[in-house]
Design a protein around this ligand. Structure first.
Ligand code: HEC
Ligand code: HEC
Ligand code: HEC
Ligand code: HEC
Length: 272
């Protein structure tokens, strides 16, 4: 294995070589890292190798030292106000991840709390979750680089102390029981995550999770959180609201409208 010395900070190279010359027991005693066996020091003013890149600082073999490694693109999490994290946060807001996930302690809780996930999953697993999402998560079509800025932002927003490797959320089956009004009239085109499980089978229309929450994505056609009266008008006749909308007018009994609003988590007048 040829050692890799990247001369990014020539002034610090001497430090790296000096540390590399130390014996192993002494190195452990001073808390220094085996990363320096093979790499030069850089960004030392901003943290330790593992605070930015993770990995195992005591391991001498790359495969072990690099376990769970965050590469340079993801290590940008160390600069919360930096360009990469800022871009990642903008994508998180645009995609409205928080209509389903909690991030930085903010958001709905119908899918995994990403605070508990960001620091406990392998980067490859996070990338796959974002780029090849499960049925009930929208496919945002992120390029690999975009997914990496999102992951860097998740890492910067989630306190590492909230990480929980044993945490899993499974959505295995649809909510049980007779199909409700949402499934009968809306689920053919829309998906919805509720506290009781996922509803709907197709992504022909937008995912309606968190429709009444402040986290539902704002579009040119609707640039604020939805209110119950607005949904009632919409269901009465979508084309009266948006003349060119592809959503057909649903045929609903008044009781079905009420049921659908409840299923969608509409705030009740008495609840406010
Ligand atoms: C025994 C030598 C060795 C040790 C110890 C070692 N590395 Fe590496 N590292 C390498 C080599 C060789 C490469 C380039 C080939 C590769 O990606 O595996 C590399 C690549 C990297 C990369 C770039 C990865 C990428 O995907 O672009 C990072 C970041 C990194 N190492 C960080 C660390 C950190 C942090 C530690 C300590 C926890 C560490 N390394 C320990 C040899 C080592
Ligand atoms: C404050 C955070 C931070 C610290 C501390 C840090 N790095 Fe990095 N590292 C980065 C970033 C960000 C990059 C991407 C290029 C850049 O900005 O320098 C990077 C790039 C690298 C690369 C090149 C691979 C790539 O993907 O670009 C290697 C190898 C690496 N770091 C290893 C280390 C080692 C070993 C240490 C400890 C001596 C260390 N880093 C300390 C943030 C850090
Ligand atoms: C409509 C709801 C919804 C939206 C919006 C959504 N997700 Fe998800 N996401 C899910 C569901 C459902 C799962 C799979 C079950 C679980 O882990 O909660 C999931 C899983 C994940 C996982 C894997 C969690 C784990 O346990 O490892 C990650 C990472 C993730 N989503 C990231 C994102 C990001 C980033 C965004 C925004 C760009 C986003 N999600 C938007 C519903 C959603
Ligand atoms: C035949 C497919 C279809 C059915 C059935 C359907 N929708 Fe839609 N819906 C759509 C499409 C497509 C859009 C996107 C329209 C647009 O952007 O103008 C949409 C948009 C919406 C929107 C606006 C979302 C937003 O963020 O702008 C809401 C709310 C909505 N539907 C609710 C419902 C409800 C509730 C039902 C069941 C009563 C339902 N839809 C039935 C296809 C459908």
């Amino acid at each position: 294995m040829a050692p890799v010395i990247r001369i990014r900070a020539p002034l610090l190279l001497g430090v790296a070589l000096a540390l590399a010359a130390c014996g192993a027991p002494q190195r452990r005693a001073t808390g220094a890292t085996r990363c320096l066996d093979c790499h030069a020091v850089h960004h030392a003013e901003a943290g330790s190798c593992v605070s930015c890149h993770r990995g195992d600082a005591g391991a001498t073999r790359p495969a072990l030292a690099h376990r769970g490694l965050l590469n340079g693109a993801l290590a940008a999490h160390a600069w919360p106000q930096g360009e990469v994290v800022t871009r990642g946060r903008a994508l998180i807001a645009l995609a409205a991840c928080r209509r389903c996930h909690t991030i930085g302690g903010e958001g709905q809780t119908v899918a995994a709390a990403l605070d508990r996930v960001a620091w406990s999953r392998d980067p490859a697993a996070l990338r796959a979750s974002i780029r090849e999402p499960v049925d009930n998560m929208p496919d945002f079509g992120f390029a690999a680089r975009e997914a990496d800025t999102v992951i860097a932002a998740l890492l910067s927003l989630a306190p590492p102390a909230t990480a929980d490797p044993s945490y899993r959320v499974w959505f295995t089956a649809d909510a049980e029981g007779e199909p409700g009004a949402f499934e009968r009239h809306c689920g053919g085109c829309h998906r919805l995550l509720t506290a009781d499980g996922p509803l709907g089978v197709s992504a022909a229309g937008p995912n309606l999770s968190g429709l009444f929450s402040p986290f539902h994505p704002k579009t040119a056609a609707h640039d604020r959180a939805w209110r119950p009266e607005e949904l009632r008008r919409w269901l009465d006749n979508p084309r009266a609201v948006r003349p060119a909308t592809p959503m057909p007018r649903p045929i609903l009994q008044p009781a079905e409208v009420d049921e659908i609003l409840t299923t969608l988590g509409a705030p009740t007048p008495t609840g406010r």
